[in-house]
Design a protein around this ligand. Structure first.
Ligand code: PBG
Length: 328
């Protein structure tokens, strides 16, 4: 047998060389922390299926954002749990809605933090669908009108970036136009461009109390079987003016992240969703896996696949571990 000239293990001999040749690094700069904001004061209510994630009132959200910023986190994404839900999701787009109130309070108290807002109606509608129901289905254009109002109201409150997660056709173009006309042409849009109809959103719907009361989201969210269609969705959102394209969920769709990375030059974001987080937390609780190592490997894999930005419930935990490592 001729000796092999190629010996990849030479590059793995010790920490020093491994650190030198490492191709992918996750930092707190890459991460966005989701927060669930609810009415009241002093509220911090645990979400059963998402250990470590709470519903918090605006005053607590302000403290939380200050803490996140001190840990090096630069962006949060806000989800609202309104006091009242109704068929048209009014609290989603009124100027004194829960998210608008939270944005103003955080903006006033915490400087130098990106406040991204999720734009969708499912958290605000009593039927739990992401838009206006007409004859049992979500009406596209009636929904888009309300989404534009929601986006503009978030921008008025002081949001740094708008993230539409509804999956209606044409909403990015309409929101871009609405923002521009209202004087917010400088506010970027991070589009949930490729959002699958996924079972991995279960724990989020517990947190936001937003599970559809009837039916499912198959008529607007994408079929998990489809990959070419992801290119259609991403291309449309790009052409309509999206600044950042997002894939959601993350780990089961790394192929889609890689495909978008190869085909678009915008930043690519991935949403490491509630179910992905909950599974790791559950496995850790049972003692079946090392939760911290699985977290690190998951975030690394999402970035290696091509994501520049990761929305993850692990953001704070990751930032804290990084801080401890630096100090230790
Ligand atoms: C709103 C929205 C959802 C998520 C983000 N924005 C829920 C859904 O579409 O049902 C899910 C996030 C997660 O699971 O962590 N449409």
């Amino acid at each position: 047998m001729t000796p092999s000239l190629r010996k990849p293990r030479r590059m793995r001999q010790g920490n020093l060389i491994r650190d030198m040749v490492r191709e992918t690094i996750v930092t707190t700069d890459d991460l966005i922390m989701p927060l669930f904001v609810c009415p009241g004061t002093g509220v911090r209510q645990a979400v059963g299926s998402m250990p470590g994630v709470d519903r918090i009132s605006v005053d607590v959200a302000v403290q939380e954002c200050a803490e996140l910023r001190a840990l090096g986190i630069k962006a949060v994404i806000l989800f609202g749990i309104p006091a009242e839900k109704d068929p048209l999701g009014k609290e989603g787009y009124c100027d004194h809605g829960i998210v608008q109130t939270a944005v103003r309070a955080i903006r006033a108290a915490v400087s130098d933090l990106m406040i991204i807002t999720d734009v969708c109606l499912c958290e605000y509608t009593d039927h739990g669908h992401c838009g206006v129901l007409i004859d049992g289905d979500v009406d596209n254009d009636a929904t888009v009108d309300l989404l534009v109002r929601e986006a503009v109201s978030h921008a008025k409150a002081g949001a740094s970036m708008i993230a539409p997660s509804d999956m209606m056709d044409g909403r990015i173009g309409a929101i871009r136009q609405g923002l521009d006309q209202a004087g917010f042409s400088h506010i970027p849009i991070m589009s949930y461009a490729v959002k699958y109809c996924s079972a991995f959103y279960g724990p989020f719907r517990d947190a936001a109390d937003s599970a559809p009361q009837s039916g499912d989201r198959k008529s607007y969210q994408m079929d998990p079987a489809n990959s070419r269609e992801a290119m259609i969705e991403a291309s449309l959102d790009y052409e309509e003016g999206a600044d950042i394209l997002m894939v959601k969920p993350a780990l089961p769709y790394l192929d889609i992240i890689a495909k978008l990375r190869a085909n678009f030059s915008t930043p690519i974001a991935a949403y490491h969703v509630s179910g992905e987080y909950a599974m790791v937390k559950a496995g850790e609780k049972l003692g079946w896996i090392d939760g911290t190592r699985v977290m690190m490997e998951s975030l690394l894999s999402i970035k290696r696949a091509g994501a520049d930005i990761i929305i993850t419930y692990y953001a704070k935990e990751f930032a804290r571990l990084q801080r401890e490592a630096q100090e230790g």
